[in-house]
Design a protein around this ligand. Structure first.
Ligand SMILES: Nc1nc2c(ncn2[C@@H]2O[C@H](COP(=O)(O)OP(=O)(O)OP(=O)(O)O)[C@@H](O)[C@H]2O)c(=O)[nH]1
Ligand SMILES: [Mg+2]
Length: 773
């Protein structure tokens, strides 16, 4: 502002050249009507009511307030004028108004500036200053002043946006807003912009905006489309902008864009273009058809700038093209030469990466092998007998509705192991008497030396960790919680012995394979399990549990090989059948049976169970109960043989060889005889002989009966009771079967009393004592 006002004083030449225009303005002033004077006064009053800008003693105005007041003044003035006239006269009014406005604004400014200036230097009056500058220049100064004195922190003004092309980013930031801003500010301008003021600020697609958006690639492009238009219109009126720039003090802080414009061509371009926009805003504007605006630039001072801009533009294009060419070239990769003796972290990392890639390859190969395994598995066609068994026992993944329809109470644990329509989850419903006995833990062994004496026939449960060994013990006895289970592999870490009454011993072995335990600890488990299954006296069967979903693993094969060598009887149990589809249960059973066909110690068939649903548990009970029964029969036979040996004086050595407990794998305590007693058997009483004969006969009968049905088949249970349960699930077991089982149980007790250990111990102990003497 200062420089704009001071320049006429400092520049005598411009004073002289503008004398003519001053005279013209004075003439205009004399011709001013009384009405116009009144209007001017009114305007002054209005301005005063709005609030006038403060002027400092040095003539500088407070930037924002001052501009606001200028604008407001303009609006008010113009509004009052426009409101009193028709739309038809708008254009004429616009011109005259503009002239008035120009002059009056000058007067308005003069009132204050003259005082301030006279108080400052006491020489030149306002009119002189005005005459020296000329009206156009004054207006131009006014525009530039508005541009320049805008705070750089006020981007929302069209002036600010134009004048603040100081940095590229700034210009970019401001530039898209400018049309909107200009629209907004127009409403305050009083030059027919008030209609635009009602325009939504979200409508930037004014003519300017649309032009600018055509080339949004670069900043220069953005401004360029407008420039030709402006230059076309302003060329005839050119000559003030540059002059003004020239008259500006280069070091003046006010004119940011001017001072910067002298520094570099590219930024100058942008600045000029932005100034161009600002000039456009400050220029006369015709209002056409509501929203559309057409600007007529009276300030042609930007033509030279536009020329500059047009000159620089091709350079930019070239630069862009060059940069594109550079981008298109393939980028050279940095080659890092590695020192073979370098053992820094970098090289160490590289080796790790190589190892990892090897591991990944191995993993990929394993995955491929696994995929082929899966494909092979899907190709298995199970036999119809297995399929029907799976269906009859509701093995595999089943919907609850299906189980309900079959009459099972799905709210009970292991519902398929229960009698249909039963509400009892207790063990009374177990059809195998031996499993009604209480399950009691009696020993745990970490080493073979701590194994308990083999008093009872034992059935062991082996398999990988988490395969469901412990859960199966609970499910078989329907005594939940006696054996501890966990979803974390490796819970069972010792060989745990559980007595089922005094009939059978169930042994829970620690698992092998993956488990949450140290490697050495797991190795110790494996060794212990191997020792147990290969050397344990009284071990009737090892139930090798295999997860139906995953099938057999190398560790399972290891154990099988060991049991084959030790001639330990083992049977495959497929567990967790509820996790796979029924067809896959059948496939897995087929697959395992096929793969273990040649094994001698294997007891076929594989039993499919689920501790969760209870499917197959009854069949497993039947199998295990028969094992217990066979063991009992063998025990009776041994007892009878001992008696015969005693009675008929058979050679002790022969008897020893034929019926030794080791040969039958029966614990000596179960067999209930020793050689010393047998030798002494000749001295037994006749009553004992009768009892032995009777018991031997009955025992022989039951042994034969049991031996007939010793090998269970993969068909629905042959037993009447079993068949009844599975085929007619809605019927409860009839009374006859209950009586039958009770009589059988009583009979076996009598036989046990007559021919078993009880009598033998009591009768033979005195003889043994004698012999020892
Ligand atoms: N779905 C389903 N889950 C089962 C079945 N049997 C056992 N589980 C679950 O499998 C997990 C392991 O069961 P455990 O009985 O502890 O397995 P384990 O073989 O004794 O494991 P270790 O003692 O670690 O050797 C538990 O979360 C059981 O609930 C089954 O038949 N079906
Ligand atoms: Mg366990």
């Amino acid at each position: 502002m200062d420089s704009a006002w001071e320049s006429p004083y400092s520049n005598a030449k411009s004073m002289e050249t503008n004398i003519a225009s001053v005279g013209f303005i004075r003439l205009l002033e004399f011709r001013m009507s009384a009405e116009a004077k009144l209007r001017f006064k009114l305007n002054k009053k209005l301005k005063a009511s709005i609030g006038r800008p403060k002027f400092h003693s040095d003539g500088k105005k407070d930037d924002d307030n001052r501009k606001g007041s200028f604008n407001k003044k303009g609006i008010k003035f113009h509004n009052s004028e426009e409101g009193s006239r028709g739309d038809l006269d708008k254009r004429d009014d616009f011109k005259t108004m503009n002239g008035d406005r120009r002059r009056k604004r000058i007067y308005g400014d003069q009132d204050t500036d003259r005082d301030s200036m006279s108080s400052r230097n006491g020489k030149a009056s306002y009119r002189k200053a005005f005459s020296r500058k000329g009206p156009n220049q004054v207006r131009d100064d006014f525009n530039s002043e508005r541009n320049d004195t805008r705070s750089p922190l006020r981007p929302r003004s069209r002036w600010g946006s134009n004048g603040l092309g100081n940095t590229e980013s700034e210009t970019k930031r401001f530039s898209p807003r400018s049309p909107r801003e200009s629209n907004r500010s127009k409403s305050k301008d009083g030059f027919g912009y008030e209609k635009n003021g009602s325009e939504s600020p979200l409508r930037p697609r004014s003519r300017w905006g649309s032009n600018r958006l055509e080339n949004a690639d670069s900043e220069t492009k953005r401004f360029s489309p407008r420039s030709p238009k402006v230059s076309n219109k302003t060329k005839s009126k050119d000559g003030f902008g540059n002059e003004k720039n020239a008259s500006e003090s280069p070091g003046h802080p006010r004119s940011i864009w001017v001072s910067n414009g002298l520094e570099n061509a590219t930024s100058e371009n942008k600045r000029f273009s932005s100034k161009d926009r600002g000039a456009k805003v400050s220029s006369k504007t015709k209002y056409k058809e509501g929203d559309k605006m057409e600007s007529v630039n009276t300030d042609g001072g930007q033509a030279s700038a536009l020329k500059k801009h047009n000159k620089v533009k091709p350079d930019k294009k070239i630069l862009n093209e060059e940069s594109r060419v550079i981008d298109d070239q393939p980028k050279k990769r940095k080659r890092i030469r590695l020192d073979p003796n370098d053992i820094s972290n970098k090289r160490f990392d590289d080796t790790i990466v190589i190892n990892e890639s090897k591991k990944e390859k191995e993993k990929d190969e394993e995955e491929k092998a696994e995929i082929s395994k899966n494909a092979q598995f899907r190709a298995i066609q199970p036999s119809s007998s297995i399929l029907s068994y799976v269906e009859d026992n509701l093995l595999g993944r089943r919907r609850l509705i299906e189980l309900r329809r079959a009459g099972y109470n799905t709210e009970l644990s292991a519902p398929l192991d229960n009698i249909p329509s039963s509400t009892s989850s207790e063990r009374e419903n177990i059809e195998e008497n031996i499993f009604r006995n209480k399950l009691t833990f009696f020993a745990a062994a970490k080493v073979s030396s701590s194994f308990p004496p083999p008093d009872l026939p034992e059935i062991a449960f082996a398999g990988r960790s988490n395969v469901g060994k412990s859960s199966l013990l609970n499910a078989l006895t329907r005594q939940w919680g006696v054996v501890r289970t966990s979803d974390k592999p490796g819970l069972t870490q010792t060989i745990n012995f559980f007595n089922l009454g005094s009939k059978l011993c169930l042994v829970d072995l620690p698992g092998y394979g993956f488990a949450y335990a140290k490697e050495e600890v797991k190795d110790a488990w494996v060794e212990l399990v191997k020792e147990y299954v290969s050397t344990r006296v009284g071990l009737k069967r090892v139930c090798l549990l295999i997860d139906t979903k995953w099938g057999m693993k190398p560790r399972d094969h290891e154990l099988i090989d060991l049991m084959e060598r030790a001639e330990t009887k083992y049977q495959i149990l497929l567990t967790k059948t509820d996790t796979v589809f029924p067809i896959d249960v059948a496939r897995r059973a087929m697959q395992i049976e096929e793969s273990l066909k040649a094994k001698k110690s294997l007891v076929q068939p594989a039993v499919m169970v689920s501790s969760k649903s209870g499917a197959g548990i009854r069949s497993l009970r039947t199998v295990l109960a028969k094992i217990a029964r066979v063991a009992k029969m063998v025990m009776y036979f041994l007892a009878v043989a001992g008696c015969l040996y005693d009675c008929f004086g058979l050679e002790a050595e022969t008897m020893d060889h034929a019926f030794s407990s080791d040969a039958f794998d029966i614990p000596s305590s179960v067999a209930g005889h020793d050689h010393s007693a047998a030798i002494d058997g000749r001295e037994m009483c006749p009553l004992r002989l009768i009892l032995i004969f009777l018991s031997a006969t009955l025992a022989g009968f039951f042994v034969l009966r049991n031996l007939k049905s010793d090998d269970p088949k993969l068909e629905p249970p042959q037993d009447e009771q079993e068949t009844h349960h599975f085929q007619n699930p809605n019927k409860s077991p009839d009374r006859f079967s209950k009586v039958y089982s009770a009589v059988e149980f009583g009979f076996w007790t009598v036989v046990d009393m007559a021919s078993g250990r009880y009598l033998w111990r009591h009768l033979s102990s005195p003889a043994a004592a004698k012999l020892s003497d």
